[in-house]
Design a protein around this ligand. Sequence first.
Ligand SMILES: O=C(O)c1cccc(C(=O)CC[C@H]2O[C@@H](n3cnc4c(=O)[nH]cnc43)[C@H](O)[C@@H]2O)c1
Length: 266
Amino acid sequence: MVVQVQEGLGRLTGTAPLTRPPGPRVLIATAVPAERDAVASGVHGPDGTPAGPADARGSARPVSPGSPASPAAEILVAGVGPAAAAAATARALALAEAAGTPYDLVVSAGIGGGFPPDAPVGSLVVADAVTAADLGAETPDGFLPVTGLGFGRVTHEPPPALVAALAAATGAAAGTVLTVSTVTGTAERAAALRARHPGALAEAMEGFGVAEAAAAHGLPVLELRAVSNPVGPRDRAAWRIGDALAALTEAFGKLAPVLESWNRHD
Ligand SMILES: O=C(O)c1cccc(C(=O)CC[C@H]2O[C@@H](n3cnc4c(=O)[nH]cnc43)[C@H](O)[C@@H]2O)c1
């Protein structure tokens, strides 16, 4: 797989294909540099060349020619939260489109909270639904999603065949991944989220923003999360970020054949 790494709002810090590979062109949006690096390690493989620093104008530097049969992936550090993720992803998609090199698929990737016992720490979750969990209104009768107010949408559904293929290749569990603007910190909120979304396996903070940007460009989205902590009472010291990042690396090492066999018109 050929990889480019983008920093912040579209600065390129990694490798560039010398020729356009025939597979899908994929934008992978992470929140923070540690996630970007974990994804890049998986995509490069264990002996891959680490991403280099950006030059002054942020142009790509060829480091690895990749395989002509491999898909091309670019990895973006889009920031934490749905708004930052949407803005940075939309900008990267628009720039690529304007340059005549549009993407075929957008992936939201990183660590996340897992709902116990279904998504234990260190496990992987691939979203079969990317759902905004706190986009709506509190009412005396409980939470009302924006769709209940007559606006917008709260869920994006990734291509089912691609979800199934990624789950099979990586061992990830497929289920709803919630996007929240506030990390859940109590057992009560965890239970309330699970009651509203019985299919939820994980929560994170960017997926819905990435998915909205992808939808605005008519592109499919995937979300892959490695579980660093249980969703529930806040215990930041217990987060197993290293284990989750390692799981993320392993999963992205298995992405290329999944993408190569993906029929974009499914
Ligand atoms: O401190 C570090 O070394 C470090 C390395 C990688 C990532 C982080 C983050 O704090 C990333 C924040 C990111 O993580 C997602 N996340 C993780 N657990 C949860 C959760 O329980 N609920 C919601 N989001 C979670 C989230 O997508 C944030 O963007 C630190």
